[in-house]
Design a protein around this ligand. Sequence first.
Ligand SMILES: [Mn+2]
Length: 302
Amino acid sequence: MKVRIIGVPLDLGSDYQGANLGPAAIRIAGIQEKIEELGHDVYDDGDLPVPPRKSLSIGDVHAKFFDTIEKVTTDLCTRVFNALSEHAFPVVIGGDHAMAIGTIAGVSKFFKQHRQKIGLIWIDAHADINTPETSPSGNIHGMPLATVLGMGLPELVRIGEPGAKLLPEHVHLIGIRSVDKGEKTMLKKMGVNFYTMTDIDKRGIQEIISKAAAHLVKSVDAIHISLDLDGLDPDIAPGVATPVKGGLDYREAHLIMETIAETGKLASMEVAEHNPILDIRNRTAETAVELVQSALGKRIVD
Ligand SMILES: [Mn+2]
């Protein structure tokens, strides 16, 4: 398989600086070589241009830096669409999670063109389903799931194509443990499938991800994984802006990747929120690379 790595050095979606260094740290952890080890042809497209924070004004305090985020995610949408059009598997490395607006717009645009439906596995400590009206911080990295479902800032919702990029019932949100008040209402109203850490404690990740995978296999044509590294436990992924205790452990996260890989429908993947400033000896980037390997077919015994 042909794989394209697309770097998105974006940290404008968060108040905390440093996620713009994420792509570099993930490359240092060997993402290209580790994917090549699995027998894939890997092309690194380098990083998308993102202007420095100091050259910009915040703009709307309810959706900070939205005009620049609009430009970057529009660019990303095109890159992801082009990669899929040449039968490559895009691996998008970030960068804060606002980038998912562009990645998913590109994936959606490509599969809609072929009259195919997409499903989404979204791993996160947070629900990312705020809108400018509900967000306590105005940080767009807390809004991407709402945006791809067609809710929130019109300038971001219309990226790629107007409106929602997929159906809420085709979203499986896994690992949440820090959800804002407005988001709780939104999650239930939208009808997204979600699994809190309590659900995972009670039912086990194996049951949850097997059922989610089986559901997507019968209802969609292609699956995208949006992996926010803060969905993982801070012990294995300390390098994130908004860590929350009690996350997915190392093997739980790998089982999610392995199970989705086994569906044969995984079409694209992104890894968001790595902040090397906060990391410990690049541990988070290494974890991220290992999870990408599992998603792309690595098995303990082949
Ligand atoms: Mn997130």
